[in-house]
Design a protein around this ligand. Structure first.
Ligand SMILES: Nc1ncnc2c1ncn2[C@@H]1O[C@H](COP(=O)(O)OP(=O)(O)OP(=O)(O)O)[C@@H](O)[C@H]1O
Ligand SMILES: [Mg+2]
Length: 596
């Protein structure tokens, strides 16, 4: 229960929903109990009047008695009807307040969780899989909502009804009250166990279902591989196997559920029989009236549903508590990458790495070792090196996706940890190695959440990234949808759209992580020329594999196995005759072979 304390802030926020809600619960229950008494009176009226009616056999008065009798019955009937209508009205208000409140809380929680997720750093996303993250924001929140809404509503409802009904029953006859209530505790216990079993089984089913859907999702994403390797049958068999487990569990659940209602009806029936039997004996003794038996039967039936809810509510609370515990675990996580205290400021673009080393926390792989270099404002710096040499890691550290283990990264002389994180990142134009485009229009992918971007700016960025002509050739041009709901761009087109996304920000520092790899050399040339103009006086860092891309850089850093082994201009490095020169020779040879 202590995990659910987190929700108190919401209860106090929505107290003007919950207080009227409780009031409506009480009123609606009062209108639920009175009709039982009215029915009891009506019953007595019938028994008495039938006797009187019988006595007046043959008298003229008989018709008058008959009229009064049917008139009073009609009156009682109308009264019961009106009372139940009032009960319905207040039940409506009860749901309108308490259940609506639960939806408000659900909304607030989802937003809070989502906002918190976004604060957390990349390391968190590597540790937790997407399914788990999604579950906490959807399934777990839903369970908590079931607690703040239905569970609380039914709990209050049951408590109020219980007090009212028990009071009414004991006021009539203590012995009869005890006997007719006797089966109810058994009902509560049985229902508690049944709902626990049902929940346990549904949890397993839920788990299996999410496994099944992740499986299907992954296989659909990889459908191209499956088809080209003709593995449809193989995949279908795995799917059938997974579905089998799901089916077995679901059938087990149905069995338990099927027992639920018969058991409940049996116990209610038992209660009614006891009421009639014990009550009948007391009517004969003269301690109660026949109307009281009718009244009691209505009470018992009225209690059954709320009492059976008690078992259900208990499991709802347990589940909500477990879910809230999981949610709290995430909400209490502090982001590893914290913003510095300095005021937002304009960056000039002087970057220094001082003896930077970095291990990836979860794998322990040392990606950078004692890396030091300086980049001055306005320089065009290239980073080259074998695959896995640490180039992307270097870019990620500069973007503060991770913080360095040892050493320091300085921006304009200030350690980047001290700078305001949002403001710092916002001045970068970063094109990551793995291009990611959202299922949205091309225009929105390029503008990507920037406020007040004109169409002209979007077109201009596309022109700079040399993708304008491709886009114009699509029927819907910049309004073309990408991704699942739209068209698929070619690898090179994707890279260039993501370049346009970086360029439209007119960043102070530009980082290209190997994002020209799928672009032909002529287009690459065009983009680089555009960059040269755009980034004049600003810093650009280009990670590449082809030496032709980076020949004109002011400085080239050669990385190998996490270390900078050479640095200088193209000419200087050639003169050095080290691994850069070797790489250059190899690439020249390749090109010659290709042109042969
Ligand atoms: N998120 C990560 N978690 C753990 N290890 C990682 C992670 N990313 C990269 N590595 C490891 O760090 C090392 C450097 O990787 P990095 O991505 O920086 O190489 P790279 O030079 O960019 O290579 P490429 O040219 O193939 O892109 C590699 O050994 C890689 O396996
Ligand atoms: Mg890389």
């Amino acid at each position: 229960m202590k995990h659910l304390r987190f929700l108190n802030k919401y209860f106090s926020k929505y107290k003007w929903w919950i207080i009227p809600g409780v009031f409506f619960v009480i009123i609606s229950n009062i209108f639920g109990v009175i009709p039982a008494q009215v029915i009891g009176h009506a019953f007595n009226l019938i028994t008495e009047n039938i006797q009187i009616y019988g006595l007046f056999e043959g008298f003229e008065r008989r018709t008058i008695i008959y009229d009064i009798f049917s008139y009073s019955l009609f009156y009682f009937g109308m009264l019961v009807l009106i009372l139940y209508l009032l009960r319905g009205l207040f039940l409506f208000f009860m749901r309108q307040t308490i259940i609506l409140m639960s939806r408000h809380i659900e909304y607030d929680m989802k937003n809070e969780i989502y906002a918190h997720y976004q604060e957390l750093s990349l390391g968190f996303y590597r540790k937790n899989n997407t399914g788990d993250l999604m579950n906490r924001a959807t399934e777990d929140v839903n369970r908590v909502r079931m607690y703040v809404g239905p569970a609380i509503m039914y709990a209050i409802n049951t408590a109020v009804l219980f007090v009212l009904v028990i009071y009414a029953m004991f006021a009539v006859n203590v012995k009869l009250a005890i006997y007719s209530l006797l089966p109810l505790p058994v009902l509560v216990v049985i229902i508690y166990f049944v709902t626990s079993t049902i929940n346990e089984k549904s949890e397993k089913i839920q788990e299996q279902l999410s496994k099944l859907s992740s499986f299907v999702q992954e296989r659909f994403s990889g459908i191209r591989v499956i088809k080209s390797y003709v593995r449809e049958d193989h995949t279908r068999k795995i799917f059938a196997g997974e579905s089998d487990g799901y089916k077995d569990n679901a059938m087990g659940l149905v069995k338990v559920q099927a027992l639920f209602y018969p058991t409940m009806l049996l116990l209610v029936g038992l209660s009614t029989i006891l009421t009639v039997y014990i009550g009948g004996k007391q009517v004969i003794e003269g301690s109660i009236t026949a109307g009281n038996i009718a009244e009691f039967i209505v009470y018992v039936n009225q209690l059954t549903f709320p009492v059976s809810m008690l078992g259900w509510v208990t499991t709802l609370i347990q589940r909500a508590s477990a879910s809230q515990k999981r949610i709290n675990e995430f909400l209490q996580l502090q982001p590893d990458i914290k913003s510095g205290d300095l005021q937002p400021q304009q960056l000039a673009g002087n970057i220094s790495f001082r003896n930077v080393s970095f291990n990836y926390p979860d794998t322990g792989i040392q990606a950078l070792k004692n890396v030091s270099f300086d980049i001055r404002q306005g320089e065009f710096v290239a980073i080259i090196g074998r695959t896995g040499s640490g180039k992307s890691t270097l870019a990620n550290l500069l973007m503060r996706m991770y913080d360095v283990d040892e050493g320091q990264i300085l921006m304009d002389g200030t350690p980047i940890q001290n700078l305001n994180l949002g403001n710092y990142r916002d001045q970068f134009g970063f094109v990551p190695q793995e291009v990611f485009l959202f299922s949205d229009t091309i225009k929105n992918n390029i503008a990507f959440g920037l406020d007040s971007v004109s169409d002209e700016q979007v077109h201009n960025a596309a022109k700079q990234a040399a993708v304008y002509q491709n886009i114009i050739n699509f029927e819907l041009k910049f309004e073309t949808m990408l991704g699942e709901r739209g068209i698929t761009l070619s690898g090179g087109q994707k890279q260039r759209v993501s370049i346009a996304r970086a360029l439209i920000k007119s960043p102070k520092v530009l980082i290209f992580d190997d994002c020209l790899s799928a672009v032909d050399t002529r287009t690459e040339e065009e983009i680089l020329t555009n960059l040269g103009k755009m980034m004049k006086g600003k810093t650009s860092i280009l990670i590449a594999h082809r030496i032709s891309t980076i020949k004109n850089a002011n400085k080239i850093l050669v990385l190998d196995n996490g270390e900078i082994i050479e640095q200088g201009t193209h000419q200087e490095l050639l003169k050095l005759g080290g691994s850069y020169a070797e790489m250059y020779q190899n690439q020249l040879l390749e090109e010659e072979n290709q042109s042969l």
